[in-house]
Every structure is written in structure tokens, then in C-alpha cells.
Design a protein around this ligand. Structure first.
Ligand SMILES: Nc1ncnc2c1ncn2[C@@H]1O[C@H](COP(=O)(O)OP(=O)(O)OP(=O)(O)O)[C@@H](O)[C@H]1O
Length: 910
């Protein structure tokens, strides 16, 4: 039986003794060796045993004992003088070198003496050659451990008969190696005999024949002493039993697996729909097959036995059953594979469909994305349309918070919702409430950003060619400047509407740079005591905070594709305090200021009232303010008024008055706003019509079109300032100038003006500017830059011309306006319109440069155009001293060539 099992072992080649035993053996051998070495060192002392380490390798152990000195001394410790003469090694030598000639004989004597003595004691001995290289150190270890056992028996009193059974108890740490003594014997024998087989060039696992096993067992038994053989046999049998049980268990497992496999085909009713399930089935089937294959192998081995047992019929039928079973399994596997393939195909189709669907969906999305831009554009138009349809002046109300250092108390105003403000008013029976509704109401905590966010869409409108006016109204200290500019200490968060509007303007124009080209011009004026001051030419000394300030921005856009031009403008007005003069304690100059302000604001109220009542005559001319805002308070503009409310109870009367005024304003319907936009063709045609009309009227009047005034010429200034505006009573008062800025300069710092020395000499003294009389009738003109290169090819694109607001100006008028540079000088104070030309410092800073009419006319395109030059009105020098040449009405050759430029703002200066 044991032979049979060993044969199985040898056949499969992977049984217990291979890996596991080899490892266990090696570890066990090490532990035995360490034990032996430790005992020897203890017995002979460390000095004598210096050649033997505590944990020696096999080689160390062999070399350490090779001289025989240690083992002889150890033996002599047990039986003193058992070996009378032990040849000692020369002093200082650590290890007797392998093959050292010096002591070869001597240590052989030692070893032989030891072996003889040990044998006499009944100690299992080793061969002397085991101490040589390639020798069996395990036999030496065995001998030493037997000696140790003997010593311990003797030390224990020498009771009974000492018998060494190879029992060896390892240290507690090595418990896993504790085994019965018979196991040890068996294992030792096995290892020794395996070594014999190995030495004979045979692999233990290759022992496929029973002869080899027989000889193995024989050798195993012969190698043991007679008295050990029963133990070895017992160990062998128990080992074989153990192995046999393990194999039986494995066999049972395999049987169970194969019975499960047999169930698989029977449960095949379920349709394999999911690919995952199919693959799992394949997996199970293939694992069944492999286990069946191993069953066959097992069966093969057993069938041999069946055959041997003389049962061939049973063997054949079993084989047939197996083959049939495997064929069935193969069929099942094939059908599963087939259905899996079909499933995969279906899945593939499904994926294809889904991909196609996704593709379509993506196409739709791409289309939608491309249309998104169009929709955005459409939205923009619609938005403007909605605003236009609303048509009226939009009114936003802002309540100022209590000031840290101001009076406190209960606020008289409260923002109820986004559009209603409630005012607590004293009533006869307790307090009353009055509600006002506006387009928007901002409470005291509203941030600058929030306030601006509702204004932002108007900025876009400016770039679309609309005129926009945003003005701040309210009593002194109610927060107008705060809203429009910001507090004194400006931070990015506290920037007011002006800064944000300009910033947006440049930002949007930058966004549109691929389709539109924009030029932005900025004007800053102040109306003080009904006088308009150009803040950009002022040195700041005369600035008066009671006046109305502002920024006006003109934006000209050119569509890069169609060439159409849009002209939009934006007034940002910080009005003066709205409190009535009779309610203030002002006297003297202050009273005068208040009266002017009142006049100005009441004129604004009148205009608004007229507009609200849709009267045919709107009294714009009653104040400078309404005149300047005319284009924004009329029919084509978008107007937004911020009214400001102080929360203090003291301010209640003004608060109510402000709110009533604002209520009136909010009812004003301006009608649909219209963008100032002309296509290039329309513009050309209009110009032609106008020039023809002018030519006709000239012919009717019998004029030849030649100018008889004295002309001055500004050589293509990059900026030309033009002036408005009389009050209608022939007073020459207000002057506007216009300056070119770099957008970045504007945003980098608040606008400031740099004047040259010459400029300073006139700065702030706006009266000392050349006034020219316009031939354009009594309509206040509006500025717009245009490309004059077609008319005056030598002029730069940035040249300024003057257009009439009603767009009815034709070419001749336009040219005529351009011809403002060719004006007669006249000392009249009765001009309806005065124009100021601010010569830009060019030609070496010499200011404006005069040219003769002849020179100028040479620049004209054609005689027709020359003939269209209108009879220009005379120009007035506003300082009152008429040019000498004007006195007699004769034309000087050159006029005003040395006039100082009024102001210049240079790009980059700030
Ligand atoms: N919304 C606000 N939040 C915080 N402080 C504000 C607010 N509005 C105004 N103030 C502060 O109130 C004070 C008066 O505001 P502001 O100068 O803007 O009033 P105003 O109406 O322009 O006055 P004036 O008519 O004299 O020009 C300033 O100190 C300002 O910083």
C-alpha cells in the first residue's frame, strides 16, 4: 500500500514531500544544527569553541568540528579522559583551513578517537568523511545531539538504560515542527535516502517504477537501526494514511463539481440573453470540462486498477459514458458560444443604433450651438425693442444708508420690494405711509455693482447706436455722486456708474472687434450758473461742486462687413442738489448758484412735463441743462434717471418732493428709441440729395457759392472741438470741446487734462476761445466723427465734421460743416451759434494753421463741390476784440493762424 501511494506520489510529482518537505526539512535541519552547536559551545566554553558560531551554516558546522577538538573536549566533559590526548590547534588560529596540511593527521586522530569512544558509548556516529567537503553534516548533527541526550540522561542521574531515539525537541518558537519521534525517523531516513537517490543522479520524483520504490524503501530501512525500523514503518504508514485521506477528500470535491457540471446542460432552458451570463456559462462549462478531464485522468488511473482487477466491461462502459458526457458538454458549449455570438451581434447592433442616435443628437446640438449666436443677436435686438416699446424714461430709486457721522434715527424710506418705496409721512392721526413705484428701487444696502447691473444693458445700446442719458437726481448729500462716481476713496467695489459704464463700453467694443470698429470720444463739462464749462480744459481751480457735472461719451461704430456707421452717445449726468432755493439759507453767490440750479432743474421739470403731456413745443432752451440733454430727453433716446433719497427724517420734505418729481418723470413716454445708423449707401444718397438741394437753392438765390469771408483752416486735427450753443437769445456762452482718449487711459485713472504752457494760459477761460458762427441754422448740432477721406482725401479719418441731428443734412451741409474750418471772422455778439475750434497742437505746436481759401479750394474734389460751399456766417472772436481785418468787413489773407490751442489731451497722458 505504501509502495502504491509512493508510486502515486512519484507519478504526480507534486506531492507533500516535494516543496513542503524540502522546506520543513531545511528548517528543521538548521534548528537541529543550531541546537547541536549551542550545546557544544556550552560544553567546551566559548574560547575553545571559537571556531564554531552559535548559528552555524552547514559549512561552518563542518569546519568548526573538522579538527575534532570541540567534539573530543565535549566528550571528555561527559567522561573525563575518555579521549586521553586531544591534539589542540596552534594558538591564534581561528579556523583550521579546509585541507590545511599542518593538522590533517592530527585532527584525523582526534576524530577517530572521538568516533571510537562515541561508538563504545552507543552514540550514533558519523563517517569521518562527513567532516570533509560534501560530507553529510546532518549525521554529525545527529551524533552531537545523541551525545547531548546522553549527557542529559547522565546528568539526570543515569536512570534506566539510555537509548537515543533521535528525539529532538526544538525550541518553542519552532512549534510547528514538533512531530512524533517516528516522523523524525521517517523524515530523516527519507531525506537521507532521497539524498542517496539524488547522488545517484536520480530525481526522487522520477521514481516511476515499483523497483525504484522498492529499492528506496529497502535503503530507507537498511539505513536505520534495527530498533528504529518499527518507528519508521509506523511513521510511513501514518503518512501514507494521511495522504490517502487527503486524496479522498479531493476526489469527493471533484465528484461534486462534475455533478454540478452535469446540471448545467439540464438547466439550459434559460435563454442566454445577457452576454455577461453567456460568458459566465462558458466559463462554468469550460471549468467543468477541465475538471472532467482531470476526472478522466483519475478514472484512467483507477481504470488501470479496474483492468487489473479484471473488470474490463465496467471500464469500457464508464469510458463510453464519459465520452458521451463530454460530447454533450461540447454541444452545450457550442450552442452557448453560438448564442453568445448572437447576443454580441445584437449588442453590437444596439450600440450602432445608439451611436447613430447620439450622432444625430450631437448634430442637433452643434446646430443649436451655432444658432445660439444668432439667437443671442436676436435677443439683443428684442431686448432693445422691449426697452424701446416701454419707451418711457426709466426711473430707478436709491435710498442712501445713514451716514456713520451723520444724524441717525428711524429711516423715513423703505424699499418694500424691488419696485416700491414706502415713505413714512406724518399724518394727522398717527403716522401714514405713502407708496411710490418705480422701475427699480434699491435699498440702503444695495452695492454699486447691483445698482450698475440694471444699468448695464443701456451701455450695450450705446454701442448699438442709441443715445443714452443716465442722470442722478436728488437733494444735496443724498448720494448722487456716490452712485455716479463712487465715494472719495475709490476701490474696485465702490466704483460708480461712470467708471463701470466706460469700462463696459470698452469691454464690449473689444468683444465686437471682429465685426465692428469703434471710436470712443469723451467729453466732460460742467454747467455752472447757466454756463457750460469744459472740464477738460479747466485747471480745476474754478470747478464748482454746485454745478452739474458729467461725462459724455460719443461712440462711432463702423461695421467692418457692411460699412454701415452707427453713432451713439451717452450722457452721464450728476445733477446739482434739488432742494429749492427758498428753503435754503443761501445768500449772495450761493443764492445765485441755488437760483440757477433751481432754474435748471425746474427747466428740466418743465421739459419733462411737456414731454409727459406730449406737447408740441418742448422748452429745451430754457436752460443749458435741458439744451444739452435734448437729444437724450427727446424721442430717440433711452433715458434713465437715478433718484436719490436720504433716509433722515429732516430730509422728508425734500424726499417727498423728489419722489413726486420722479413719479412725473416716470410717466414720460419718449416713444421708441431709434439707433443712429446709416448704411454706407444710404449715407451717400442722403449726402447727394442734400447737396443737390443746396445747389438748387443757391441757384435760385443767384449765388455762385464763392465764400467771401476770411477763412481759417485747421490742418486735419485728430480732434476738433466744436461748440454749442447759444441760449437762443443770441448770447454766446457755452462751449464744448471734445478730446480723444485712449480707452485704457480712461480706465487707468480718472480723466485729467494736461495742458501745455500755451494751453494753460487759456485754460479755464473758455471765453477766450475762437467762436465761429455756424451757417447751420438754429438747430443745435451734434458731433459725430466721419470718414471724410472721400471728400478730402488728404484728410485723416479722424477728422471731425459736423452733422445735423435730424440726419436731414445732405452732402453739401456736411461739407459745409466741414467747411467750418473756413469761416469768416466777425465781431458779432448776436450769433445764434458759436463754434469753438480747439486747434490741436500740430505742426510743431503752433496751434491752428491758417490757409488761404485758394489753398483750401485746391483741395476740393471738384468744381461742383466747390460751388456747394455755403455762404458761411461770420465768426466771432469771443474775447470781444474783433480782428482788425474784420472791422471793415474785408478778408485778411490769413486769419488767426497764431491762435493758441485751447486744450489738448494727449493719449497716454493722464
Ligand atoms: N449708497 C451709499 N452708501 C454709502 N455711503 C453713501 C451712499 N450714498 C451716499 N453715501 C455717502 O453720503 C455722502 C453724500 O453723498 P454724495 O456726495 O454722493 O451726495 P450728493 O447727492 O452727490 O451730494 P451733492 O448734491 O452735494 O453733490 C458721501 O459721504 C457718500 O460717500
Amino acid at each position: 500500500m505504501a509502495e502504491g501511494m509512493l508510486q502515486i506520489d512519484a507519478l504526480q510529482g507534486k506531492s507533500l514531500n516535494d516543496m513542503d518537505l524540502a522546506i520543513r526539512k531545511a528548517e528543521e535541519a538548521s534548528l537541529r544544527r543550531f541546537d547541536a552547536a549551542g550545546w557544544l559551545r556550552k560544553m567546551v566554553g566559548v574560547v575553545t569553541a571559537r571556531d564554531l558560531p552559535d548559528h552555524p551554516s552547514e559549512e561552518d558546522f563542518r569546519l568548526g568540528l573538522r579538527s575534532g577538538i570541540i567534539i573530543c573536549n565535549a566528550l571528555n566533559k561527559i567522561y573525563p579522559a575518555a579521549i586521553p590526548k586531544v591534539v589542540e590547534a596552534p594558538s591564534g588560529s581561528v579556523i583550521v583551513p579546509d585541507g590545511a596540511a599542518l593538522s590533517a593527521f592530527q585532527y584525523f586522530e582526534n576524530v577517530r578517537n572521538f568516533l571510537n569512544s562515541a561508538e563504545e558509548m552507543g552514540i550514533p556516529v558519523f563517517e569521518a568523511s562527513d567532516l570533509e567537503q560534501g560530507g553529510k553534516s546532518s549525521r554529525i548533527v545527529n551524533c552531537v545531539l545523541a551525545l547531548k541526550s546522553y549527557y542529559e540522561w547522565k546528568e539526570g542521574g543515569g536512570k534506566g538504560v539510555w537509548k537515543f531515539c533521535g528525539t529532538w525537541k526544538p525550541h518553542s518558537a519552532s512549534k510547528q515542527f514538533v512531530r512524533k519521534s517516528s516522523d523524525d525517523l521517517f523524515v530523516n531516513s527519507l531525506s537521507r535516502n532521497s539524498s542517496v537517490v539524488e547522488q545517484n543522479g536520480q530525481d526522487f520524483n522520477d521514481m516511476g517504477t515499483s523497483e525504484a520504490l522498492h529499492s528506496f524503501v529497502r535503503e530507507l530501512l537498511s539505513d536505520n537501526k534495527q530498533e528504529d525500523i518499527p518507528l519508521v514503518i509506523e511513521s510511513m504508514i501514518s503518512k501514507v494514511m494521511e495522504e490517502f485521506e487527503q486524496r479522498l477528500a479531493r476526489q469527493n470535491e471533484q465528484t461534486e463539481t462534475s455533478s454540478r457540471c452535469v446540471d448545467v446542460p439540464s438547466s439550459n432552458e434559460h435563454q442566454v440573453v445577457e452576454v455577461g451570463t453567456s460568458l459566465r456559462d462558458i466559463d462554468v462549462t469550460s471549468s467543468c470540462l477541465s475538471s472532467e478531464t482531470s476526472n478522466i485522468m483519475e478514472d484512467e488511473s483507477w481504470s488501470k486498477n479496474d483492468l487489473c482487477n479484471g473488470n474490463p466491461k465496467q471500464h469500457v462502459s464508464k469510458r463510453r459514458d464519459l465520452i458521451e458526457y463530454h460530447q454533450r458538454s461540447m454541444q452545450e458549449l457550442k450552442s452557448t458560444l453560438h448564442s453568445t455570438k448572437e447576443d454580441l451581434h445584437l449588442l453590437h447592433m444596439k450600440y450602432q443604433e445608439e451611436l447613430q442616435y447620439l450622432g444625430k443628437h450631437l448634430n442637433g446640438l452643434a446646430g443649436a450651438a451655432s444658432r445660439y449666436q444668432e439667437v443671442l443677436e436676436e435677443n439683443r435686438k428684442l431686448y432693445n425693442q422691449v426697452q424701446d416699446l416701454k419707451g418711457n424714461i426709466r426711473v430707478y430709486c436709491r435710498i442712501r444708508p445713514f451716514l456713520p457721522r451723520g444724524p441717525t434715527g428711524l429711516s423715513t424710506a423703505e424699499a418694500l420690494d424691488g419696485q416700491t418705496i414706502s415713505i413714512i409721512t406724518p399724518a394727522k392721526n398717527g403716522k401714514g405711509k405713502k407708496l411710490f413705484t418705480f422701475n427699480k428701487v434699491f435699498g440702503p444696502s444695495a452695492s454699486q455693482e447691483e445698482v450698475f447691473s440694471d444699468t448695464q444693458p443701456l451701455i450695450r445700446s450705446v454701442l448699438d447706436g442709441y443715445n443714452v442719458c443716465i442722470f442722478a437726481y436728488g437733494q444735496t448729500g443724498s448720494g448722487k455722486t456716490y452712485t455716479m462716481t463712487g465715494p472719495q476713496e475709490l476701490t474696485p467695489e465702490s466704483l460708480g456708474v461712470n467708471y463701470r459704464a466706460l469700462s463696459d463700453l470698452f469691454f464690449i467694443s473689444q468683444q465686437r472687434k471682429d465685426s465692428m470698429s469703434y471710436d470712443v470720444f469723451v467729453q466732460m463739462i460742467e454747467i455752472y450758473n447757466e454756463q457750460v464749462r469744459d472740464l477738460l480744459v479747466s485747471d480745476g481751480v474754478n470747478k464748482n461742486i454746485l454745478g452739474e457735472n458729467c461725462v459724455t461719451v460719443h461712440v462711432q461704430g463702423r461695421n467692418l462687413t457692411s460699412g454701415s456707421i452707427t453713432c451713439g452717445s451717452m450722457h452721464l449726468v450728476d445733477l446739482a442738489g434739488s432742494e429749492r432755493a427758498d428753503k435754503t439759507d443761501a445768500v449772495g453767490d450761493r443764492l445765485k448758484e441755488s437760483q440757477h440750479i433751481n432754474r435748471s432743474l425746474s427747466a428740466l421739470g418743465d421739459v419733462i412735463a411737456s414731454l409727459a403731456q406730449k406737447q408740441s413745443h418742448i422748452p429745451y432752451r430754457n436752460s443749458k441743462l435741458t439744451q444739452l440733454l435734448q437729444d437724450s430727453l427727446g424721442g430717440q433716446a433711452k433715458t434713465l434717471m437715478f433718484i436719490h433719497i436720504s433716509p433722515e427724517p429732516d430730509a422728508l420734505a425734500e424726499t417727498v418732493s423728489t419722489l413726486k418729481f420722479a413719479e412725473r418723470v416716470s410717466t414720460v413716454e419718449l416713444g421708441a428709441a431709434r439707433a443712429n445708423k446709416d448704411s454706407s449707401v444710404v449715407r451717400e444718397l442722403k449726402e447727394q440729395i442734400a447737396s443737390l438741394k443746396a445747389a438748387l437753392s443757391r441757384q435760385e438765390r443767384g449765388e455762385d457759392g464763392a465764400t467771401n469771408g476770411y477763412l481759417t483752416y485747421s490742418p486735419a486735427p485728430s480732434w476738433q472741438s466744436i461748440g454749442d450753443v447759444s441760449k437762443g437769445e443770441g448770447q454766446t456762452e457755452s462751449v464744448l470741446s471734445m478730446h480723444s482718449f485712449d480707452g485704457e487711459d480712461l480706465m487707468a485713472s480718472p480723466i485729467s487734462v494736461v495742458s501745455t504752457e500755451e494751453e494753460r494760459s487759456v485754460s479755464g477761460d473758455w471765453v477766450d476761445k475762437v467762436m465761429v458762427k455756424s451757417h447751420l441754422g438754429d438747430q443745435s448740432p451734434e458731433m459725430c466723427r466721419r470718414d471724410t477721406s472721400k471728400v478730402y482725401p488728404e484728410h485723416s479719418l479722424s477728422e471731425i465734421a459736423v452733422l445735423r441731428r435730424d440726419n436731414s443734412l445732405g452732402r453739401n451741409q456736411f461739407e459745409g460743416a466741414a467747411e467750418l474750418e473756413y469761416v469768416e471772422v466777425e465781431a458779432s455778439d448776436e450769433s445764434d451759434y458759436q463754434w469753438q475750434t480747439n486747434g490741436v497742437k500740430q505742426n510743431g505746436g503752433g496751434g491752428t494753421k491758417a490757409k488761404t481759401p485758394t489753398q483750401n479750394q485746391r483741395q476740393m474734389k471738384s468744381p461742383e463741390i466747390r460751388s456747394l460751399i455755403p455762404q458761411l456766417p461770420t465768426r466771432k472772436v469771443a474775447n470781444g476784440s474783433n480782428s482788425p481785418s474784420m472791422k471793415n468787413g474785408k478778408k485778411p489773407a490769413v486769419v488767426d493762424g497764431r491762435r493758441k490751442p485751447a486744450s489738448t489731451v494727449r493719449n497716454g497722458d493722464s
